[in-house]
Design a protein around this ligand. Structure first.
Ligand SMILES: Cc1ncc(COP(=O)(O)O)c(C=O)c1O
Length: 356
């Protein structure tokens, strides 16, 4: 993209908000076969799994604004935080390396899965400096060690990263206007740190799209909530208004959040989530994950089945589908020995097969 649609709609923002290009516009299309199976001819997907050719998912949209902000402020390294298998930390490591930043990541516990082992080796492959914390907290010592660092909050969900999803909504608006998709009655998306939902909620108001966004909570209640999303929306709007007097007053309603598909623990594989992953693979050959998008898809399937909803419904796919095997194939299980000692306990048993 040459410049964000957000800057085209609000030209004043261009001088004040830093941005650099990472993503390309993502497709929207009908999920014919899955829709058929569920008894609807109106099921759609936004392919944010293909936001970039290096690594897809929702993170690159946020990183366009975050890395640009770090660069404009002359900050380095970029420090961020996430679970042991964090997609956000991987995306930050990949794009940080591409853009010439040093990246340090603070990783906290989550259930050990094959994906977690792979991610830990990939962080190292992309040269991130890794630090372990049992529970979520930014290591103050680390921040002191790097006084010129740029800290990206978990999931990239601050008033800067969220702009990526305000912008994404204008992309959707454009696709509606071009007739690529009808106005969705509901948009389903995964709710983690809240930035994706907050951005879309602001975006649909600014772009005037008559739709309802539903966040499917996939992390603990203590770390995400409607109140948090509201706070993120307020902070982001305040930031936008500071730079453009064209941003209108917006009534912020309490976000609609579904809690029932979380499964009680971050990263835990649930029966419904796994089934949804399998259905999406079987009918559409699209890969979802069991932590975020599988649970979200399960909530959407449940809604369609229970409500027999035949109105347009959009599944916003936030998971990366870019094949990382070119990198994974270069990894050896034994590479874990060069990770910081704190991470060795996650490699007592080999959970993943290479070349697979
Ligand atoms: C695949 C995937 N989907 C959705 C989310 C949630 O997005 P957010 O943190 O903006 O709520 C994440 C966040 O880590 C993610 O990795």
């Amino acid at each position: 993209m040459k410049k964000p649609l957000l800057f085209e709609v609000y030209p004043n923002l261009e001088n004040s908000i830093a941005w650099l290009p990472l993503i390309k516009k993502t497709k929207v299309h009908k999920l014919e076969a899955l829709g058929d199976y569920l008894g609807t001819d109106n099921l759609w997907i936004k392919r944010d799994d293909q936001t970039t050719e290096f690594y897809g998912g929702n993170k690159p949209r946020k990183l366009e604004f975050l890395f640009a902000d770090a660069r404009r402020k002359n900050k380095d390294p970029v420090i961020t935080i996430g679970g042991l298998g964090s997609n956000h930390c991987l995306a930050t490591s990949i794009f940080g390396q591409k853009l010439g930043f040093k990246v340090a990541i603070i990783l906290f516990n989550q259930p050990l899965t094959p994906d977690v082992q792979k991610k830990l080796l990939l962080f190292q492959y992309f040269k991130a400096e890794m630090f372990y914390e049992e529970t979520i907290k930014a290591d103050q010592g680390l921040l002191k060690q790097y006084p010129n660092s740029y800290f990206i909050t978990g999931g990239g969900s601050d008033q800067v990263g969220i702009l990526g999803f305000v912008n994404a909504t204008f992309e959707l608006k454009n696709q509606i206007e071009q007739g690529e998709i009808p106005i969705p009655k509901i948009i389903f998306l995964a709710l983690g740190s809240g930035g994706t939902l907050a951005g879309l909620e602001i975006g649909i108001k600014l772009a005037n799209i008559d739709t309802k966004v539903i966040g499917v909570r996939v992390i603990d209640k203590s770390t995400t909530s409607p109140a948090l999303v509201k706070w993120l929306i307020k902070k982001t709007l305040k930031n936008l208004k500071m730079f453009s007097n064209k941003i209108p007053e917006i009534q912020i309603q309490k976000s609609v959040i579904i809690d029932d598909f979380y499964g009680g623990e971050y990263g835990k594989i649930t029966k419904e989530g796994l089934e949804a992953v399998q259905l999406m693979k079987k009918y559409e050959n699209i890969e979802l994950d069991t932590t975020y998008t599988g649970k979200t898809c399960a909530a959407m399937i449940d809604h369609i089945k229970k409500e027999k909803d035949k109105d347009p419904i959009l599944f916003w796919n936030t998971y990366n589908s870019v094949d990382l095997s070119q990198f994974v194939n270069k990894l050896k299980f034994e590479d874990y020995k060069s990770l910081p000692k704190d991470f060795h306990l996650f490699f007592k048993k080999r959970l993943f097969l290479l070349n697979k």
